[in-house]
Design a protein around this ligand. Structure first.
Ligand code: ADP
Ligand code: ZN
Ligand code: ZN
Length: 730
């Protein structure tokens, strides 16, 4: 009798792999293989797990051993390299292996039913046979995967993009800097990490595309398959990039992987990546764990972006995993940014990463915008928009150019207030204010999502004249519409883009030129290549200067450089237009006979070093100063951290738990700080506290965490706690 014991990783908080028995039901049934998906009974449920070992021995009592119900033999096993990647992530981020492996797989693979999987495989087979030599239409393959509405939409938007950026489908001749970067990346034999430090608009995308092409062609020349993984920080950035990639490589299968794909489509894309059919996989952070058997190059665009860090469950950094994966596979990795993370900058300084610089904008005549500071101590602006900013806006409207206003605060006003008694719109469940949302006629808590109707009078004293305090995007939008009734104002933030597809429609409208003034939160600040934008106004960025979070400055600087980088990405249409505009009354009133695009930052601290560096587009100077500060303050990247968080109904219970955890075992070379309440202590009625663990050795920190967490789990405390390695928000 052929019987086997298989170890299976399951999506369970128990930090172990589970033993099952497998017996062949027919003589010709294949043996189970490591990396295969298997359906097994677990408690009263049937769940899918990943086979991590096949053998004969087990410590489990024979009477308790249960049988594997089915092996997913229709799918090739996940590769040893993929298993090793998950194992590393599980070890490093201190999570059970199954909680790493399973959640990153599409739902259709994790269900007892194989209907979705079989359908995906059938479509794949059909596409492959229609693309076989007998039918020469290879271009049919990417078209096939674009059947559903989602892809159809991206393809449509891709064509809009191609019209806007007419260079999209024909590769432009690389400039010297781009060529040098591509050469460096493709010359690399084996593992090499490159930090592509290119100013906004310097054409980093072209470097990615050329590097990808060269890697794929070289592999093909030696009869091998090659796959390239391109990570982007935001779903909203995928359509434009997907459009450029498809247009450039019509003969290759290009798939995207992100959480907004419909389930069936995500499964099909995953299957295409897993079989090696998709030459290029484009995705958000979760795609760093995509199975790609022929992966030869990894690109991380906007590598500094905080959204590469997963904030729940497995709290991983997709950028860091990308670098690990490249090293494991012995392939090159490219981290691109105009404002690299301080960590990456330091790695480049110490030679761990190789820095490749693009110092100029790529498009002919495109220049970095001029940055100006508007001193808000001098320029009072009761409605949030100062006179110089309004003048500049007016000039853009008259010239038919686009403007972007950046305010990183959604809603109408961050708080409502009663002048008579001092009442303020606190959230009763959180240490936070309820935000006024005027169009929706609601008070909303952005932390617990509690919603209330706007009170018609003060809940405490009955005063009917409640005042909004401060301003968010909705209020500025209202003000802009009143000031410029002819202008087409578009607000893009999490509220205006709740409906599926609405963000894409909004960005398409901007690209088409259907918008005069774009107003938005950080959603608009990231990598978009807006072609007609010549003015960026930044409203009220100062609060981040005084944040208790030591990374706030780095984030603010990156955000401002990025949003500033949306301006002046293309040369203006023709000198004539520009000259006549310069002669117009409005343009001279704005004092901008100079055709350079402009960034105006409203601040009360115009002499702050961060703004000084911004004026000079001086990222290296800013990074150097930040590194010096971090070194003397003993902060990352010169220190390694982990954060233990606990939640309880009473704050003291959470603090006591952390204190007990702190005293659990001796710790050499590790600093366990005092437990403290989190900055926003209460969320949805739950009190939250944290304990910061520090060490100047990553290895020492890792060596401490493992046994410590094991001991902590053994406490079987009923309170909720979690650990984050390399935390970004402290
Ligand atoms: P980044 O990602 O570095 O901010 P992009 O890759 O979006 O910049 O490129 C900015 C613009 O420059 C795009 O419109 C792109 O088409 C154009 N571009 C890139 N490389 C070249 C080149 N070699 N010649 C002309 N235009 C280029
Ligand atoms: Zn009142
Ligand atoms: Zn709340």
């Amino acid at each position: 009798m052929s019987g086997r014991i298989v170890k299976i990783a399951l999506d369970s908080p128990l930090d172990t792999e589970f033993d099952y028995r497998w017996s062949a039901r027919a003589d010709d049934e294949a043996e189970p293989q490591v990396g295969q998906l298997a359906l097994v009974p677990f408690g009263h449920r049937e769940v899918v797990g990943v086979v991590t070992a096949v053998g004969h021995a087990t410590d489990v009592d024979a009477s308790k051993l249960r049988d594997v119900m089915a092996l997913r033999t229709q799918l090739p096993p996940l590769s040893p390299a993929w298993l090793a990647l998950c194992r590393f992530a599980a070890d490093y981020y201190q999570r059970p292996l199954g909680e790493v492996m399973l959640p990153c797989l599409p739902k259709g693979l994790r269900t007892a039913s194989t209907v979705a999987l079989d359908r995906a495989l059938k479509k794949r087979a059909a596409a492959l046979s229609s693309a076989s030599p007998s039918s020469p239409s290879t271009a049919a393959r990417p078209a096939k995967s674009a059947k559903s509405t989602q892809s159809a939409k991206s393809v449509k938007s891709a064509s809009t993009v191609a019209v806007d950026a007419s260079s999209a489908s024909a590769a432009p001749t690389l400039n010297a800097g781009q060529q040098a970067a591509v050469d460096a990346i493709t010359a690399a034999q084996g593992y090499a990490a490159h930090l592509l430090f290119g100013v906004t608009g310097s054409g980093k995308t072209e470097v990615y595309l050329h590097a990808a092409q060269s890697v794929i062609e070289r592999a093909k020349a030696s009869g091998q398959a090659a796959q390239v993984l391109i990570l982007v920080p935001e779903i909203n950035l995928t359509p434009q990039l997907e459009g450029s990639v498809r247009a450039r490589f019509p003969q290759l299968q290009v798939v995207s992987l992100h959480s907004q794909l419909a389930e069936g489509e995500r499964l099909r894309h995953w299957v295409a990546a897993h079989h090696g059919d998709a030459a290029i996989v484009l995705g958000t952070r979760l795609s760093v764990l995509a199975a790609m058997p022929a992966l030869r190059l990894i690109i991380v665009d906007e590598e500094h972006d905080p959204s590469y860090k997963q904030q729940e469950g497995l709290r991983y950094s997709a950028r860091d995993l990308a670098v690990w994966r490249a090293r494991q596979l012995d392939i090159p990795v490219v981290l691109g940014s105009a404002t690299p993370s301080i960590e990456s900058w330091q790695h480049a300084a110490t030679g761990r990463y190789r820095r490749l610089d693009l110092t100029q904008r790529a498009a002919a005549n495109a220049q970095l915008p001029r940055v100006g500071l508007i001193d808000m101590e001098i320029n009072k602006a009761p409605d949030g928009l100062s006179a110089p900013l309004l003048t500049a806006l007016r000039a853009r409207l008259e010239r038919g150019e686009q403007s972007l206003l950046f305010l990183n605060r959604r809603g109408y006003a961050p708080v409502m207030h009663c002048d008579a008694c001092g009442w303020i719109s606190d959230c009763r469940r959180c240490t936070a204010f309820m935000v006024l949302h005027k169009p929706e006629r609601r008070l909303r808590c952005h932390h617990c999502s509690l919603e209330l109707r706007i009170p018609s009078s003060c809940p405490t004293c009955g005063n009917v004249d409640l005042q909004p305090l401060g301003r968010g995007t909705q209020r500025v939008e209202e003000h802009l519409q009143a000031l410029f009734p002819q202008a087409r104002v578009l607000r893009i933030d999490a509220d205006s883009t709740r409906r599926k597809g609405s963000a894409q429609a909004a960005f398409d409208a901007v690209h088409r030129g259907d918008v005069d003034i774009l107003l938005g939160t950080q959603m608009v600040a990231k990598g978009h290549d807006f072609q007609r934008l010549t003015l960026v106004g930044v409203i009220n960025p100062d609060t981040a200067l005084f944040s208790p979070d030591y990374r706030a400055g780095e984030r603010l600087f990156a955000q401002l450089m990025q949003v500033a980088g949306r301006a002046g990405r293309a040369a203006l249409a023709g000198d004539d237009a520009a000259n006549s505009a310069a002669n117009s009354a409005a343009a001279s009133a704005a004092g901008s006979a100079d055709r350079r695009a402009e960034v105006l930052v409203q601040t009360r601290y115009p002499t702050h070093p961060l703004y000084r560096a911004l004026l000079a587009h001086d990222y290296p100077g800013f990074a150097q100063a930040t590194l010096t500060e971090r070194r003397s303050a003993g902060l990352p990247p010169f220190m390694f951290q982990a954060l233990l968080r606990a939640e309880a109904k009473q704050l003291q219970v959470a603090l006591d738990f952390l204190q007990a955890a702190r005293d659990l075992m001796p710790c050499e070379g590790i600093v366990l700080n005092d437990p403290v309440p989190m900055t926003i202590t209460r969320v949805a009625g739950v009190e939250r506290a944290q304990l910061l663990i520090e060490s100047n050795s990553r290895a020492q920190l890792q060596a401490f965490l493992k046994p410590w967490l094991t001991a902590l789990r053994e406490q079987k405390s009923r309170l909720r706690w979690s650990l984050e390695v390399d935390p970004v928000d402290i």
